[in-house]
Design a protein around this ligand. Structure first.
Ligand code: ATP
Ligand code: MG
Length: 82
């Protein structure tokens, strides 16, 4: 985020919902089109996605040009991935 976003505000929040862990990270930077990001030779987001899947989790990225970026990682209770 620091490298791409040119954000003046970055935040993170960890919450637990029915034993699921939900990790939000967001910035108010330049944003981007997540559909196009995957097409480049970039491994950051793809790598996070693969690691989320390994944990039976899910990574969601919401962003658009000029609208900042919000990332949500949801992972199931630890006992179910042991
Ligand atoms: N927080 C963000 N704000 C604005 N643009 C972003 C943000 N995060 C990612 N991007 C855009 O999405 C692209 C893909 O990001 P990703 O982290 O997957 O790859 P990268 O940073 O370019 O390369 P790598 O992580 O492999 O060094 C970036 O090149 C950038 O254009
Ligand atoms: Mg990156």
């Amino acid at each position: 985020m620091a490298r791409h976003a040119q954000a003046t505000l970055v935040g993170a929040r960890l919450e637990k919902n029915n034993d699921r862990l939900i990790f939000h990270v967001f910035d108010n930077g330049v944003g981007f089109d997540p559909a196009k990001a995957g097409a480049k030779k970039s491994l950051g987001i793809v790598g996070m996605q693969e690691r989320a899947l390994m944990l039976n989790g899910e990574l969601k990225i919401e962003s658009a040009a000029g609208q900042g970026t919000a990332l949500t990682l949801t992972i199931p209770p630890m006992r179910s991935i042991r």
